[in-house]
Design a protein around this ligand. Structure first.
Ligand code: NDP
Length: 333
């Protein structure tokens, strides 16, 4: 049996692993088989992670975090967790290829998944012009006209990045005000290749084998129009990845895992949650790392409590045996 299992390999998971490993807990960190490293693997320049004044590429940051976790004794397993059973004192984690693992403590840090528009043609044209990852697919849109949907930092970042390849990028947002931070907005506004299309929703995607145009609807007037583009990047946020723990861990109304106060404690003793999966507000690499720290410290205290409780139980057992021997001896004499 392991002492602690960490599920998820974003900044929260790896930071939890660094702390748990330094505490001598020899953590097993289960990273996904295809998405190890989390969302930062799909990002370009990260300019706001402390300690990197020149900025750092997302994948490089994740490699460094993994190296640091492994240096102190974390075992990283590239496999997918298929189910978890948190019902007993010993928690069970099952994987696709590597079998089952058990530990008294688990840190759940599975992050979040790209939100979809929910349009009929979105899935059909996925990988054929519809994408959720500019850094993965931008290269395929050299000299093309494309659209990015969303009004947050992701949309600004993706649109700006995509101008490296595309001739023209429409940034389509359902409101006339952006949610993105000022610096990201200003960067996008200053880019001549980006044209903002406000108060507009994408209500359909046309194209037989690849994206040919978008059906748009003005969210104020209801007026419909078509916009010819060869690509569509959906950047409308993320939803916490909680499907593995439905029915076991309590969720908040916004769908994140519920934790007690500022801690990482879930409704089940021994199960801790960290990172984007508990956060519907900040969702930064730095806040996820901090959240992973909290989870590792909470888990460490929990395991120390268990060790103390079992030492006390052993002591009581030993005392009871001594008492029994003494009473037998006094009866004989
Ligand atoms: P956000 O939740 O911040 O923004 C999502 C955007 O998509 C909003 O503008 C929202 O519109 C819009 N939207 C949501 N659902 C739909 C829908 N169904 N149809 C059309 N539009 C929709 O998500 P982000 O991914 O942009 O950012 C998440 C977090 O990550 C934030 O905290 C952000 O700061 C951070 N981040 C930081 C970066 C950086 O600092 N380098 C880079 C990328 C992300 P509305 O405004 O109307 O709700």
């Amino acid at each position: 049996m392991r002492q602690i299992i960490i599920i998820g390999s974003g900044p929260a998971g790896f930071t939890a692993a660094i702390y748990a490993a330094r505490a001598g807990l020899e953590p097993l960190l289960i990273a996904s088989s295809v998405e190890a490293g989390g969302e930062l693997m799909k990002t370009t320049e990260v300019e706001n992670f402390p300690g990197f004044p020149e900025g750092i590429q997302g994948p490089d940051l994740m490699t460094k975090l993994q190296e640091q976790a492994e240096k102190f004794g974390t075992e990283v397993l590239l496999d997918d967790v298929t189910s978890v059973d948190f019902s007993g004192d010993v928690k069970k984690v099952s994987t696709g290829y590597s079998g089952d693992f058990e530990a008294p403590a688990v840190i759940f840090s599975t992050g979040s998944a790209y939100r979809k528009l929910g349009l009929e043609d979105e899935e059909r044209l996925s990988g054929r012009g519809v994408s959720w990852c500019a850094t993965c697919d931008g290269f395929f849109f050299k000299k093309k006209t494309i659209a990015v949907i969303g009004g947050g930092d992701s949309a600004m970042e993706e649109a700006t990045f995509l101008t490296r390849f595309a001739d023209k990028v429409y940034l389509i947002h359902r409101k006339d005000t952006l949610r993105a931070s000022k610096i990201m907005q200003e960067r996008a506004f200053a880019n001549e290749k980006i044209e903002f299309v406000f108060n507009t929703a994408v209500v359909g995607i046309n194209g037989e084998n690849t994206v040919e145009s978008l059906k748009l609807e003005n969210t104020v007037t209801g007026e419909r129009s078509e916009l010819p583009v060869q690509g569509l990047f959906v950047a409308i946020g993320n939803d916490p990845r909680t499907h593995l723990v439905h029915g076991q861990l309590d969720l908040t109304t916004s769908g994140t895992i519920a934790v007690a106060g500022r801690s990482s404690k879930t409704n089940i003793a021994g199960v801790f949650a960290a990172g984007d999966v508990i956060d519907d507000t900040y969702r930064q690499a730095a806040t996820a790392a901090a959240s992973g720290t909290v989870a590792a410290l909470d888990a460490e205290h929990y395991l120390a409590g268990l060790a103390e409780a079992s030492a006390i139980a052993e002591l009581r057992e030993a005392e009871a045996e001594i008492e029994l021997v003494e009473s037998l001896q006094s009866t004989r004499s």
